[in-house]
Design a protein. Sequence first.
Length: 454
Amino acid sequence: MLRRTLSVAVCLIPLGELAAQNAAPAGHAVLKGIVVDSVRGGVLRGASVGLLGPSKMTFTDSLGRFRIDSIPPGEYQVALFDPLLDTLALGVVSPRTRFAAGDTVDLVLAVPSQLAIVTAKCGPARSAEEDRALFGQILDAATELPVAGARVSLNWTDLTISERTGVRSEPRRRDAESDARGYYKICGLPPDLTAEAFVRRGADSTGKVQIAFGDALLGLATFLLPGSAPATAAARDTIPGAAAPGQTVSISGTVTDADGRPVGNAHVSITGGSNSTTTDSTGAFTLADQPTGTHALVVRRLGYMPVELAVHLTPLRKNEVAVQLQQYVPVLASVIIDGNRAAALDRIGFTQRKARGTGRYIERAAIESRSAYRLSNLLENLPGLRRPGDGFGGTCTTYFVDGVQWRGGTPEDFIMPDEIEAIEVYSRGFTPGEFQTKDRCSTVAVWTRWKLRL
């Protein structure tokens, strides 16, 4: 761990070297203090604090405090280690500090501020519209060793509304490549950004996960990349538990509501996975046979807002997650700006597919006019279509929800009509390429207001 070096200015505030106290044994010194997390706010819990020289180390407690006893007299540097700093490729090391026999030295260590980190890594921002940045590291999913030469892609859509041009949506994409230690950075990003990110190296790719900045100046994202890159293939033979190419893993977890009560019968799936499951009466679930790497875990339950979060699946440890659902609060269509709705449908390709006219299309106004209680009611009332179980002219029906193939029955037990912004229905033989499967079934594609951020 001591191989890391200082990358930016360190905030180290000496609070004083006090006279001999009972806490410092004769002939030795004591170091105590607190670590402040200037990136996320509050204190830094569970971080490692060590002395360079005597090789003494401790961990911060739940209040960010630390203490090291029995320090021999001398001048030493104090170093801070934490996964947050690893993701930022930073090291925090103090100036040399004198430790005299019988003294107690109090120090406040602070992670540099968001502005200091972004400025140090990206330089001064050209404008307030380009002052955000994304930092992180790419690791091999089988070995958790750094992956060099992987490409990180960040995708989002800019929406502009003006009297002259009306509503315009413009796709945006920024790319970066990981260095020899697997680190990457994407600078010059706009404020309040919500985007999708994924990593690719050759034929290997992670799933697409959401990156939301909010008010923050910087975003942090570590990715586990699956595959069999030559640089890590040899390492798999020396790391216990390392995955072979194509190996799958399991993920377990619990789903609760805002009050901590278990939520049963919630639908749980990994985007890109081959199956799904539902939670039991205790809110617990296990998903087996999932691909390694970074992917999106999606949880849905009637009456709750869906949750999507990034999970990093590896064979090197247990993959566990805790998910909390919030009550679903309907948003009236009248408060949604039409420009936002049009841009969202354009972003997912709905507008373009509707223009081609190879299927049947239901938008929000039509959904509301039907006053349906279930998804099947919307479909069976559509002119020219039979009930979903009839296969719409074929022998089977494949569902897609928010662009991802639905696993495990139909989605109508997990999605209310109030949550749906648009539906696409295609007969067998007329399904667009993005919805085609090897089963060649008729297709129903459902787009939720949650996914479209409406």
